[in-house]
Each structure stands twice: as C-alpha cells, then as structure tokens.
Design a protein around this ligand. Structure first.
Ligand code: PLP
Length: 416
C-alpha cells in the first residue's frame, strides 16, 4: 500500500466515530462500504431522516392553505425550515430564501427571472468550469431575449482564470453566474474578485453553491453575491428540495418563474398579480418533507465544529492526492495543492475508461463516479472526454481513502 501518511494531527479534536454514527447508512452497510461520491449526493444525516419521517407519518398536511391545526403546524414547520436554511447561508432574513427542488431548479429560476431584465446584445458571463445546470438555463433564457453568453476560461490548474475578467466584463455584462466550487477540479472560486468585476459594471452576481455548502456554513453577505443556489441532497438531507437565496431588494423586482397556486395575490381571468417573495417563486405544493429535512440538516450542521471538520477533510484530501501521485499511470486533474480547494479529486487512469475504473472499484465496495460529471466544457478545456472522481465529505475516514488507493493500484495492474 502506497498511501502517504496524513498531515500530523490534522483531525485532532474531531470524534469521527460519533460523527459517522449520525449517518445511518454507515451502520446499515458495514465496514466494507467506502462512499466517495458525496459530490453527486451526500448521505442523509439522522436529523434530516427523522424530520422527513416525522412529517410524513405524524405531521403531513399541505402548507400555506388549510386553517386546521395540522395544516398550521405543517406551515409553521416549513417556515422554520426556511429560517434554518437562511441561517446556514448567513441571509439577513428568512424571506430571502426560496425553497426549490434543488440547484437546477434554483438556477432555472435565476436565469428565467433575470433574463426578463435583459435586452438583445446584453451579455451573460459564465465560466468554462460550470456544471451544465449553470450553463443550459442561461442559454435557454438568453436565446429568448438575444443575450450573448461568454465564458471565463480556465488557467493551467483548471481554476477560473480571473486575470481575464478585465477583458470579459464590460457595460454589456448584465449577469455573471459562476460556481463557488467546481464539481470536477474542487477549485474554490475567489468570489470576491468576481464580485468586484460585477460591481464595477452593475452586473448581478449569481453563485452556484452546490459543491460549497457540504463543507460548512456560508456567508452570502460577506460573499457579496446577489443570488446563491444549492441542493439539499448534497447537504446531507433528502432528495427533492434545495434553495435559492435572492437578495431582498432584487427579489422584489423580479417576475415569477412558474405560475400556479400560492404564488399569486389575486387572479382574474383578465390577469393576475403576484405574491411577495419568496412565495412568488414557489408555485404549487412545495417539496414539504424534503424541505423540513433540509432545515433539520442545516440546523444540525450549523452546530458542528467546522474548523476541525475542515482540517479532517483536507487531511484526507492530502492523503488522497499524495497517494494518487504515487500510482503509475494516474494523473490527478485540477489544482496541484490543497489551497482553495474542496476535498474532491478527479483523475485520469491512462488507457482505462472511467466507467471501467468505477466498476472495478465497486467490486471492493468503493463508490466513485466516472464520466463528464455534467461538465463537458470543462473536460473539453482540459483536453479530456471524461474522468473519475472521488469526493469526500465530513464522514469519510482514512480507510475510505486507502481502499480507493489499493483499488486503483489493482485497476492499473489489471487494465493499464
Ligand atoms: N451545480 C453543481 C456545481 C453541481 O455539482 C450539481 C450537481 O452535481 C448541480 C449544480 C446540480 O445539482 P442538482 O442535480 O441537485 O440540481
């Protein structure tokens, strides 16, 4: 086994056994289960699972409608969840948080609603590192109004090349939409620099936080963005709910996205008026149980020791990166060091397709993801078709990393 030793005492102060026991799947699946695909979906924490079950079995009613007690309790629980999500994001007010079905839905709301403010020839600036969820909605919306899509290129390490902002941002730039952390390279974007560029021309700044939120609470005020999107299932809650934070002053100006029940003030056959945010953006029955699970996860996570968790996650990422570099024929992609990086590493195994890599690893109980990870422009910019990704979260341990490294040595021996 060639794994490098972890940096000394990186996870001191963290009771990993206690933390792992808060995630029921690890007890259910036993020791030969090495989950390294948290960037795709995080495992559900007990607090979220219990909130979901409690709602579905003891508190189920629609929200914002009935006047009987059960319905009122459900509505109150839903609004409490909104407040817990708002607190995790550092929002000024709960009403700045729109409950969505996930990041994709949130970014579609952002693109659709913001494009209502654009004219033909205006520009939307994205980056080559975006997940397709932060590209395609802008293309669809941009086509409707004749807005032009531009993209920040990547530097040698696969980070957004922010030195190019000066030439890319102009008075025509009305929206800048970038990822907080890449789901392929793990690189963390310097949002402060992007914000300065956006503010210099009065552009709205949208941040895709899907890969950032699992690594600790966010401060949207300090980031200085205008909209922030993420998915609950990546924040150790259920699938089906996520959130879009919209700065209040902006939210009040924006038109609705979907039309339907509960997003209106008054409906007449001749026309309708709309509710104030966030309800204006929440047409129809929301994902109530998953939203309650998300609120519970956010509240539980907010109380954890994040400096210790961060040290633990980055020590594991260091062990992984160092170990990968010792295996012949494996090339990690993305930033060379751990600075401004989340604990995920994608890599190429020379001569072996990522799906074959993942299948062989699965035989050892190691779950990884192979493919383009919904980031084809990024792979193209790096001269790749696809890659294999190992993504870590707060519950991973050294055994997970070592099982992956041993499995990869075997893959190389057998196939490369
Ligand atoms: N943005 C990023 C950076 C992601 O990693 C993902 C999912 O992997 C998404 C957006 C889309 O998230 P969802 O499928 O939960 O809507």
């Amino acid at each position: 086994m060639t794994a490098a030793p972890p940096p000394a005492s990186a996870s001191d102060g963290l009771d990993l056994g206690a933390l792992r026991s808060e995630f029921p799947i690890f007890t259910a699946r036993g020791p030969r289960f090495h989950y390294l695909d948290s960037a795709a979906t995080g495992q559900i924490c007990r607090a979220a699972a219990e909130a979901l079950l409690a709602y579905e079995t003891r508190g189920r009613a629609n929200v914002k409608r009935g006047v009987y007690r059960l319905a009122d309790e459900a509505t109150q629980a839903f609004e409490r969840a909104r407040a817990e999500i708002a607190a995790y994001l550092g929002a000024r007010e709960a009403r700045e948080v729109v409950i969505t079905s996930g990041t994709t839905h949130a970014l579609n709301i952002a693109a659709h609603c913001l494009c209502a403010r654009l004219r033909a020839g205006d520009e939307i600036l994205l980056s080559l590192a975006e997940h397709h969820s932060n590209i395609v909605p802008w293309q669809l919306a941009g086509e409707r109004v004749g807005a032009v899509i531009r993209a920040i290129p990547l530097d040698r390490e696969g980070r957004l090349d922010l030195d190019r902002l000066g030439e890319l941002v102009s008075r025509r730039t009305k929206v800048i939409a970038v990822t907080h952390c890449s789901n392929v390279t793990g690189a963390v974007t310097d949002i402060g620099r992007v914000r300065e560029a956006a503010q210099s021309v009065g552009a709205v700044l949208v941040v895709d936080g899907a890969q950032r939120v699992p690594h600790g609470p966010v401060d949207v005020q300090a980031l200085g963005c205008d909209l922030y999107a993420f998915s609950g299932h990546k924040l150790f809650a259920a699938t089906g709910a996520g959130a879009l934070w919209i700065r209040r002053e902006l939210a009040e100006e924006l038109p609705p996205f979907l039309g339907g029940g509960e997003m209106i003030r008054r409906v007449a056959i001749e026309g309708s008026t709309f509710a104030a945010p966030p309800h204006r953006f929440e047409a129809g029955t929301p994902p109530i149980g998953p939203a309650l699970a998300l609120g519970a996860a956010a509240a539980w996570l907010a109380g954890l020791d994040w400096p210790a968790i961060h040290a633990h996650e980055m020590a594991l990422a260091g062990r992984l990166l160092a170990g990968l570099r010792t295996i012949r024929g494996i090339r990690p992609i993305g930033p060379e060091g751990l600075q401004a990086r989340t604990p995920l590493v994608s890599f190429v195994v020379d001569g072996v397709h990522p799906h074959d890599v993942c299948q062989l690893l699965d035989e050892r109980g190691v779950c990884t993801r192979g493919g383009h990870h919904c980031a084809q422009p990024l792979h193209e910019a790096l001269g790749l078709e696809a890659s294999t990704r190992a993504s870590l979260a707060l519950y991973n341990d050294e055994a997970d990393v070592d099982a992956l490294l041993e499995g990869l040595e075997d893959v190389v021996r057998r196939l490369a």
